[in-house]
Each structure stands twice: as C-alpha cells, then as structure tokens.
Design a protein. Structure first.
Lengths: 111, 117
C-alpha cells in the first residue's frame, strides 16, 4: 500500500511569487485535505477536496487555491506569496469516516 | 466553532516510566472523533490513537491509552513504558462526525515530549 507522498520536500520563494505543491493520495483514498503548520504551532485546515470538488475551506484567503485530479492526487497553489506563508504544508488523504493519513509535508520558505 | 487546547507545551519522562499528556476541547456536537497524532522530527504526522465520542470505553493501542471524559470535554493520552522513540511533538485533534467539510481536523498547539535515557 503506497502512502501519501508530497513534492517537493523543500522550496524557497520570494515575496510576490507563486507556488504549486503536489500531493499523491494513499491508494483507495478519494478525499484530500491540506493544512498549514507554522513553526511551533498545530496544523491549520486550508481546504479539502472530494471527487475533484472543494468540499470545505478554512480561514484562508482566495490566493490559496487547489485542484484534485481524477486519480485523486491534488495540488495546492498559492499566489502573491507573503512572508507569513512560510510554513510546513501538510497533505492528508482519507476515505469515508476513516482517519486521515498524512504525508511528510513540504517546507516552504519565503524570502 | 471547535477548539482544542493543550496546556502543556513541553514534558519530559524517563525511559520505561509513564507519562500523561492533557487535552481539553470544545464542540457543540454530541458525536465526534478525537485523535492523538505524533509528529517526530521527520515531520510526518502519525496517528497514535482514535476515540469515537459515542463509545464510553477508553481506546487503547499497545502502550498508548486514553482517558476520555465526555462531560468534562477532556481527552488525555497515557504512554506506558516510555521509549526513546516516543520523543516527538504530540497533537490532540477533533473532527466532527458528519461528512462534507466536517471532515476537517482541528488541532491543538501540541506538547513536545522528550524521553530521557
């Protein structure tokens, strides 16, 4: 069984740039959730995708957007990057009422 | 709105001893899930244990057990026979029972547990 994989592992960007983070869900999982984890904090829910549709959103501005593909993999896009966007971005996949399984995350640094 | 509070930013324990991590939460729902996740320096969030709110029996997974007090909205994690590999950040999390966007997890700020040799 293949787990949740995220790419890239690390990324360095400058303010104002755009970034795309990728996530492959665990085999058999049709739901993908994205979380932002600032240093020393717990993860904060960004949004969730189910069957290629956004299925819920946390308190994040519209410059955070996403996609889910027919194979249930997903992308997180962030436009007009700000210094406060520096964080670990976690992807989690799930199926139905089962617990979410997380990837190793992408560490995004904004200079 | 759902909230999760972990009041212990850091804790330490000697190898082979027992330690308890505290968590309180708030929700207006009657049915929900509670979780403890472990995040070692490798960054991956690993599920430790899960509790369904409708179950009165406390969940156990090998050395890990919980004390779930629904009326008090308390959900503590007990780690017995602590091992060096238990050193990690531990997060308490809450999820609604229903579907849709209720699948989101609400996390506490975490407790950094250090197991000393």
């Amino acid at each position: 069984e293949t787990g949740v994989t995220q790419s890239p592992t690390h990324l360095i960007k400058t303010r104002g740039q755009q970034v795309t983070l990728r996530c492959s869900s665990q085999s058999g999982h049709n739901t993908v959730s994205w979380y932002q984890q600032a240093l020393g904090q717990g993860p904060q829910f960004i949004f969730q995708y189910y069957r290629e549709e956004e299925n819920g959103r946390g308190n994040f501005p519209p410059r955070f957007s996403g996609l889910q593909f027919p194979n249930y993999s997903s992308e997180l896009n962030v436009n007009a990057l700000e210094l406060d966007d520096s964080a670990l971005y976690l992807c989690a996949s799930s199926q139905g009422n089962q617990p979410q399984h997380f990837g190793d995350g992408t560490r995004l640094s904004i200079l | 709105a759902q909230t999760v509070t972990q009041s212990q930013p850091e804790m330490s324990v000697q190898e082979a001893e027992t330690v308890t991590l505290s968590c309180t939460y708030d929700t207006s729902e009657n049915n929900y899930y509670l979780f403890w996740y472990k995040q070692p320096p490798s960054r991956q969030m690993i599920l430790v244990i899960r509790q369904e709110a409708y179950k009165q029996q406390n969940a156990t997974e090998n050395r890990f057990s919980v004390n779930f007090q629904k009326a008090a909205k308390s959900f503590s994690l007990k780690i017995s026979d602590s091992q060096l590999g238990d050193t990690a950040m531990y997060f308490c999390a809450l999820r609604s029972w229903g579907g849709g966007s209720n699948y989101k997890l609400t996390f506490g700020k975490g407790t950094l547990l250090t197991v000393n040799p």
